[in-house]
Structure formats: C-alpha cells, structure tokens
Design a protein around this ligand. Structure first.
Ligand code: NAP
Length: 248
C-alpha cells in the first residue's frame, strides 16, 4: 500500500489517464476526489473505481467550480496530500487556423485550469505533499497542428520548475508527467471519423520506438511513482512515459 490514508485530487479523473490513476491510487490505499464536466462519465468512473472516491462535477477553467471542489475536500478530509492536475483539452489547429476562441479555450483549460487547481489546493497541503502536472511530449516535439496545445504543455514544464522552488520550504514536491500518444478518448476527440483516428494511432505507433501507443495504466503507474514516497528525493523533473517517442 503505497498511498495508505493519503487524500488525492485528480482533475479529469473520469476518463483515460486520470481514471486509471484514480483506480490505481485507490488500490494503493488513497481516498480520491475526481473531477470532470460530464456527470454521466463521472458516475461511470465512480462505479468503476468502486470505493474511496468522491466525484465533484466541475470545469477546471471555472474558479467557482474549483472552490466547490476544495470546499468539499476541506469539509470531508481537511487535507490534500496529492494533486494530479491532469484535465486537458486538445484541438488540432495550425498557425493558419488558430482562432481567438481556440486560443482562449486551450489556455483556459490547460493553463488557467492547472494554475488555479494548484493554487487553491495549497491551503490544504502539508509537508510531504506531491503535485503532478500532466504535460505532454508535445512540449518538446514539434508536432504540426499542436501549436497552442504544445505551448500550454511547455508552460506546465516551466511552472513545475518555478513551483518546485516556491514550494520547497513547505515540503511539497512538484513534477510533470509527459505522456506520449496514449490510448484514451482524447485521441478520438481530435478526429471526425474512426478511420482518421485509427490512422493517427497507427502513425503514432510507427513513430514510437516501442511500436505501440501507451496504455492509461502505464501512465497511472508513473503517476503513482511521483505521488508516493518512492520518489521522495525527486522534484522539478519531467517524467516522460512515451515508449521512447521523444527520447531518441
Ligand atoms: P481523456 O480520456 O479524454 O480524459 C480527459 C479528462 O479530462 C476527462 O475526465 C475530461 O472530462 C476531463 N476534462 C477535460 N476538460 C476538462 C475541464 N475543462 N474541466 C474538468 N475536466 C476536464 O484524455 P487523457 O488522454 O486521459 O488526457 C489526460 C491528460 O493527458 C490531458 O491533460 C492530456 O492533454 C494529456 N495527454 C494525453 C495524451 C494522449 O495521447 N492521450 C498525450 C499527451 C498528454 P470531461 O470532458 O467530462 O470534462
């Protein structure tokens, strides 16, 4: 039991990487708060996780929703040990296609959402806390049509370094986790047909040294490492879990 009696907040915990992490954290003894905007997905996730989970519906870009999240945690547990700021949004647009709406939506979810998810957790965090931000290998690779998305994910890498310094004296560690192409609904969400999505998955598999997409459980295992005492002397790093894609 690597997270016995720990309290974790996982944004975007109703699907994909966040859901896999929530399941794994609960298996390791944690109590988990998951968030997402779609109630039906949260209900399904809650049932799949089974125990020691509370779902709080909310949009990370909405500060009032984040207040409800942490008011709930404060009232029920009074403490947060682990923040996995994982909710994210991707919509493919090249430099010629970027609109103000696309820019605002991407920054509001991927950057504003992460900043205030972390800021509002801090009053509940004590020494030994761990903050994990879901970045992406796109922060380092030039992937066409991931312009604004990639910029937000690179910003998270920067924030993790700055927060490492700002929070070190409070005994709180901050790291980023950078998935490569991982088999979750976010890939399908970027395409209009299943054929296109399957084509993209095949292309990502070919570009990846390990020859396949990542599984959400493989990201969850890395999140567990960063959340737990196993990484007690690790702060400020980026942990890529990408089958080697951005490493070679
Ligand atoms: P996913 O299965 O689509 O899950 C995304 C989760 O985030 C869902 O629970 C979704 O729920 C939630 N979410 C999205 N926007 C939100 C918002 N504004 N407020 C609250 N929750 C929100 O995708 P995933 O692959 O697990 O993505 C998790 C993270 O990994 C993201 O940050 C993504 O950028 C990053 N990532 C993924 C890949 C990949 O290939 N899968 C690669 C690199 C990085 P609702 O839609 O109901 O809100």
């Amino acid at each position: 039991m690597q997270l016995k009696n720990k309290v974790a907040v996982i944004t975007g915990g109703s699907s994909g990487i966040g859901l896999a992490a929530a399941r794994r954290f609960v298996e390791e003894g944690a109590y988990v708060y998951i968030t997402g905007r779609r109630e039906a997905e949260l209900d399904k996730a809650k049932a799949a996780i089974g125990k020691n989970v509370t779902a709080v519906k909310g949009d990370v870009a909405n500060l009032a929703d984040l207040d409800v999240l942490y008011e709930t945690v404060a009232a029920e547990k009074g403490v947060v040990d682990i923040v996995f700021a994982n909710a994210g949004f991707v919509e493919q647009k090249t430099i010629d296609q970027i609109t103000l709406e696309h820019y605002d939506k991407t920054l509001n979810i991927n950057l504003r959402g992460v900043i205030f998810t972390v800021q509002k957790a801090l009053p509940l965090m004590k020494r030994g806390g761990s903050i994990i931000l879901t970045s992406s290998i796109v922060a380092d690779k030039g992937l066409p049509a991931h312009d604004v998305y990639g910029a937000t994910k690179a910003a998270l890498r920067s924030l993790a370094k700055t927060w490492t310094m700002e929070l070190k004296d409070r005994g709180i560690r901050v790291n980023t986790l950078s998935p490569g192409a991982t088999d979750t609904p976010i890939i399908d969400s970027q395409f209009t047909s299943k054929e296109q999505a399957d084509g993209a998955k095949q292309a990502f598999s070919t570009m990846t040294p390990m020859g396949r997409l990542g599984r959400p459980e493989e990201l969850a295992a890395a999140a567990l490492f960063l959340a737990s005492e196993s990484s007690s002397y690790i702060t400020g790093i980026d942990l890529p879990v990408d089958g080697g894609y951005a490493q070679v």
